[in-house]
Design a protein around this ligand. Sequence first.
Ligand code: NI
Length: 178
Amino acid sequence: MLKIMTMAVREIKTYPDPVLRNKTARVETIDDTIQRLIEDMVETMHAAPGVGLAANQVGVPLQLAVIDLSTREEQESRHPLLVLINPEILSTQGSVIAEEGCLSLPEYAEKIKRAAKVTVRAQDRRGKPFKIEADGLMAKALQHEIDHLNGLLLIDRLSTLKKDIFKRKYRKAALQKA
Ligand code: NI
């Protein structure tokens, strides 16, 4: 029987879902399932809306992420939609502190220290290797998404004090929901 799939927006997993806390596996074969996953991730990211999404955020533990900064004015037309397969950070430079949020941590934002510039190597959706050098918002997004693929959330980049405050707030919110 032919099953027609119409739902392309996937559910975004939120903290403390364990799928967000495990390191993802390399994508070995870029097949139709991966292409479909990429399409769904782009649609899910745009619908949220967000500027980046890692595969484990939709429950698929693979090294794949998408970034689209086109809605952020200052980056307009500088970077097209970016698909990153098996990305890795080759080098970093400097540091910068900026506010960050995450679709897996709804209604949470905090100032995070990141490298100011990064060089990342990855494969595109056809499997072709490429390198990207970035600063500004793209550098932040690349580090954020690669952290996701390593099982890290932005709360792991907080000072111990701020992390404690987060956990207390989270517990309170979870209790109110229950
Ligand atoms: Ni995130």
